[in-house]
Design a protein around this ligand. Structure first.
Ligand code: NDP
Length: 377
């Protein structure tokens, strides 16, 4: 059977249709938004004993969804998918990654659990992420390891909660894993967030402020009030005096670039010779591999980061990359901050599930002020 571990699934989903189909926004090629179509797909099976099946109530649309559907990152994701299938004992050389369903995170209700799941049960409201190689949440149901979900109190707003899991774990990875600023070490640290009004930036301004850091948020003029409301000192990048002022500052402990494009002139804003880092969320790795293949792409990327660090290390500063990473403890910390109103989810726009392609187009238009959400309830 393909569902050796599923328990209670049919009963708890409450579907009369025993073929267990669901609606999902899918792509059968890499044609971008125009290729998205609403299909009746099979409800994803629980294949591993640690998986949970979730009925999706809301999900965010991320910039990565809008580029994955054009083929960005395809070689790396295919390797990750193949490794994931090997782990499950599936060896099928003819299996392709298509159709693809986008969506990296969700809020929903658990409707099925694998045999070894502990601490998460059917009926629970959760928020969570899917694994990078997993099928997405722009569908009525999604399967993910139970370590990727966290229980969500009933009184937390669905759309706000759905705005956080993917961007928050990405931001956490940038600050804690790459930037090495942990909750206990943030007090008084000066952090510069580039792209402060976007999905990742609007979360980071709040998280770092709550941890006691002094946050400067670089955004465009119309987003200054929003960024100030998130606890950061806003600075307008369209003002020509902003960048020279920051690069002359030389007092920042950490810079996170969540603006979509690297600007290495900001490296000079860091304190020299104090282990201060510039962490980018736009590393060239996947683009290099897309263009040159795995081996040559890895070599080019390694050379680029080494060259960049030859320059910045000689000035006593470090240049690093960051990537989204699932992280159970971080998800729980973030959910606690949300549930206790220490942070909020910043929502840019809400689209019904039927208008998912419009939500993708909204994200593609750029100038995000928080997250774009699709709702299924
Ligand atoms: P968003 O699109 O939500 O936010 C980007 C923000 O940057 C927008 O508010 C935009 O608004 C602003 N911006 C654009 N240009 C500048 C500038 N020069 N200075 C300051 N702000 C600027 O993106 P996300 O927050 O979701 O993601 C941030 C980046 O991180 C994206 O490039 C994304 O692809 C990447 N990412 C990488 C991941 C990884 O694993 N490496 C995972 C997730 C995201 P405006 O144009 O109006 O100023």
């Amino acid at each position: 059977s393909t569902r050796p571990y599923a328990t209670q699934t049919e009963e708890s989903i409450g579907v009369e249709d025993k073929r267990l189909r669901m609606r999902a926004w899918q792509l059968n090629g890499y044609d971008g938004v125009e290729g998205l179509s609403l299909e009746m797909a099979r409800i994803p099976p629980i294949l591993r004993p640690s998986d949970v099946l979730v009925k999706v109530h809301a999900a965010s649309v991320n910039p990565i969804d809008t580029v994955l559907i054009g083929g960005y990152g395809r070689p790396v994701l295919n390797i990750m998918r193949a490794l994931g299938q090997l782990e499950q004992g599936i060896v099928d050389p003819n299996q392709t990654e298509l159709p693809i369903t986008g969506g990296r995170d969700f809020v929903g209700e658990v409707v099925g659990v694998g045999q070894r799941v502990r601490g998460i049960s059917v009926g629970q409201r959760v928020l969570g992420v899917v694994s990078p190689q997993g099928q997405g949440s722009h569908a009525e149901f999604v399967v993910t390891p139970s370590s990727n979900v966290c229980s969500l109190p009933d009184d937390v707003n669905t759309e706000e909660a759905a705005s956080l899991p993917y961007t928050a774990l990405t931001g956490w990875s940038a600050v804690v894993v790459s930037g090495m600023i942990t909750p206990g070490k943030a007090l008084g640290k000066r952090v510069l967030v580039l792209g402060a009004a976007g999905g990742v930036g609007s979360f980071l301004c709040q998280l770092l402020s709550v941890w006691g850091a002094q946050v400067t948020g670089v955004c465009s003029n119309d987003a200054m009030d929003l960024v100030a409301s998130l606890g950061a000192e806003p600075l307008d990048y369209t003002d020509p005096s902003t960048k020279p002022m920051l690069t002359a500052d030389k007092g920042y402990d950490l810079i996170i670039n969540a603006a979509g494009k690297d600007d290495l002139e900001y490296l000079s804003a860091l304190k020299p010779w104090m282990g201060a880092s510039y962490v980018t969320l736009s590393p060239p790795l996947l683009t290099n591999i897309d263009q040159r293949g795995l081996a040559a792409g890895l070599i080019k990327s390694a050379r680029e980061i080494a060259c960049q660090n030859l320059t910045s290390l000689s000035e006593g500063r470090v240049y690093k990359w960051a990537f989204f990473m699932p992280n159970t403890r971080a998800l729980s910390h973030i959910t606690h901050l949300l549930a206790t109103h220490m942070i909020r989810g910043v929502v840019d726009g809400v689209f019904p599930f039927s208008q998912t392609p419009q939500a993708y187009k909204h994200v593609l238009n750029g100038h995000a002020r928080g997250k774009t959400i699709i709702t299924l309830t």
